[in-house]
Design a protein. Structure first.
Length: 235
């Protein structure tokens, strides 16, 4: 219970519970209440969404050939995303945030003459489809949602009350929170630690089953493990 209280307090310090505007009908399930006509996100549900997303990252990273594509549209998040993608060796890079806005970034990735000839100054499209697409700053005209859904790629995204329903329903693992700089930094650190821990466990022997039992948890069973991971992320 003490670890649980500390985890909730750390989430509150990142301003993840503050919503920019009134919550939409489909987002009200993640709200705790209203204050000054402004919705407040339930930190307990944010914690559950974070654990589900990290669980997905953990099991997906067990495959050495797995790859992740990190999408960012906010310039304030760019240094954080670049540092994280460099450490985990993902498909993201400093120019991927501008390239994905073009149509056919993923669906036409195997047609270099048709697609890449029009984008010579931009980074080339990925030759291997990512196993997961992570979106940190959602926009109303996010073509990456349509591209990923067409190819059947799971989407992990930070979702707030301003996200339209047509893109909201396409997210596989959503994290209900305000996309503040502090919260994005926290999420990036947790993803990095999760992937780095799995990399270290690949070289060890006889602990694969033990790792599965720790992360395959319910609502209360992983509070201590998740809390320790959260406290190690610099908050």
């Amino acid at each position: 219970m003490i670890i649980y209280s500390i985890v909730i307090q750390k989430l509150l310090t990142t301003n993840a519970h503050i919503v920019r505007q009134v919550a939409t009908n489909y987002f009200k399930q993640f709200t705790y209440g209203f204050r000054n006509r402004q919705a407040i996100i339930d930190s307990d549900k944010t914690l559950i969404c974070l654990r589900n997303a990290l669980n997905f990252f953990f099991y997906l990273s067990r495959d050495p050939s797995s790859s992740f594509l990190f999408i960012n549209t906010n310039p304030f998040f760019r240094p954080i995303i670049v540092e994280m993608s460099t450490r985990v060796s993902s498909l993201s890079n400093e120019r991927a945030g501008s390239l994905w806005r073009l149509r056919g970034f993923l669906t036409n990735s195997f047609s270099p003459k048709k697609f890449r000839s029009r984008n010579k100054k931009l980074v080339s499209t990925p030759t291997k489809m990512p196993d997961c697409v992570v979106i940190f700053a959602t926009e109303r005209k996010s073509l990456v949602f349509l591209e990923a859904e067409r190819l059947g790629i799971p989407i992990v995204a930070l979702v707030d009350s301003s996200m339209p329903w047509e893109y909201y329903k396409k997210v596989t693992y959503l994290i209900s929170a305000n996309d503040s700089v502090h919260f994005v930094y926290l999420v990036c650190n947790m993803i990095t630690m999760c992937l780095m821990l799995e990399k270290k466990k690949d070289g060890a022997k006889g602990i694969g089953t033990k790792a599965t039992s720790v992360w395959n948890i319910g609502l209360d069973g992983n509070v201590w493990c998740f809390g320790v991971l959260l406290l190690k992320c610099g908050f």
